[in-house]
Design a protein around this ligand. Structure first.
Ligand code: A2P
Length: 317
């Protein structure tokens, strides 16, 4: 699957990637088998995170894919992982990335992301966590540590996830290396127009997570797959609602992470490259009422750095 340019060098990020956030966050044989099947079908971007516990199965799937000859070298894949909040402290970033690489059995990541714009008291990487452990993120120093990860060649690119325009702007003030990517929730019910415009202006690539509404995660619901407008378009076009969502995202010039543990649906989600939405269909999707799905209330506390959801998302709700 051809990719989009990302970062300031020659790197490209595949248009369609495979997500691994499934709650509760436990590694499973099904996950490994699904990733392997996805690689077999042509997925080349795999998105993991320390908190998902998905790094070991991703690593096993990569090793098997190489062993089976599904790919010739590791370089054919684009592997992302994320720094969990308990490690979002300047001196803990590099050790966390080294652990991540060990879990994956890899020498480098293609992309390492700050998972959320918040820190947690250092300790075990797990959810739920306690409100009293929420701490402000030292954007400048943690980003410097991320920059060091890139300088050392341990990750080709660095970026962030779940950052608002304002938080990106704050980061850019002191960043020597601009974040290559902001990975955020994006689907027809939360289109992220303002954030995408901001990111486009700054040369920050947007990757869409939960393009189908993220069912199976902590926050996921059926509201995207159940959306009437999308169902009508899908029916008239002889496509599934999932395909309409994915094709729409693709047409917004972002890359996508979709997740399925079902072989037919893993394949169905790939079949979005040889057709288009009509201008009328795009307009109908454009007009859908907007509401963020993943509010992340666990990061809001009167004792923590963000007192309200407004604070956490800087009004982008
Ligand atoms: P399943 O693993 O049973 O296929 P998201 O990518 O937005 O996080 O959404 C993931 C959820 O959507 C999973 O529950 C997944 O379930 C489901 N899903 C993935 N692909 C499809 C599809 N083509 N049609 C319907 N549901 C899908």
């Amino acid at each position: 699957i051809a990719g989009k340019p990302v970062g300031s060098g020659h790197a490209r990020i595949p248009l369609l990637g495979f997500g691994t956030a499934v709650f509760p966050f436990t590694a499973s044989e099904t996950m490994k088998e699904s990733i392997l099947h996805a690689i077999k079908l042509g997925y080349r971007h795999i998105d993991a995170a320390a908190i998902y516990n998905s790094e070991p199965p991703v690593g096993e799937a990569i090793a098997e894919a190489l062993g089976l000859g599904l790919i010739k070298s590791r370089a054919e894949l684009f592997i992302t992982s994320k720094l969990w909040c308990t490690d979002a402290h300047p001196d803990l970033v590099l050790p966390a990335l080294r652990r991540t690489l060990k879990n994956l059995g890899l020498e480098y990541l293609d992309l390492y992301l700050i998972h959320f714009p918040v820190s947690l008291k250092p300790g075990s990487c797990e959810v739920p966590f306690e409100e009293k452990d929420l701490l402000p993120l030292d954007f400048k120093s943690v980003w410097e540590a991320m920059e060091e990860c890139q300088s050392l060649g341990l990750s080709k690119l660095i970026g962030v996830s779940n950052f608002s325009c304002k938080k990106l702007q704050d980061l850019l003030v002191t960043a020597k290396i601009s974040p290559a990517v902001n990975q955020v929730e994006m689907n027809p019910l939360w289109q992220q127009k303002k954030l995408r415009e901001f990111c486009n202006g700054k040369g920050i690539h947007v990757t869409a997570y939960s393009p189908l509404g993220g069912r199976g995660t902590l926050w996921g619901t059926n509201r995207v797959l159940d959306c009437k407008v999308l169902q009508e378009i899908a029916q008239a076009k002889g496509k599934t609602v999932a395909q309409i969502c994915l094709r729409w995202a693709l047409e917004q010039d972002v890359s996508i992470l979709v997740k399925s543990f079902n072989k037919e649906r893993i394949e169905e989600n790939l079949e979005i490259l040889d057709w288009k939405l009509s201008p009328e269909e795009s307009q109908k999707i454009d007009d859908i009422e907007q509401q963020r799905g993943f509010l992340a209330p666990m990061f809001v506390s009167e004792h923590g750095p963000y007192k309200s959801l407004e604070d956490f998302w800087d009004g982008e709700l």
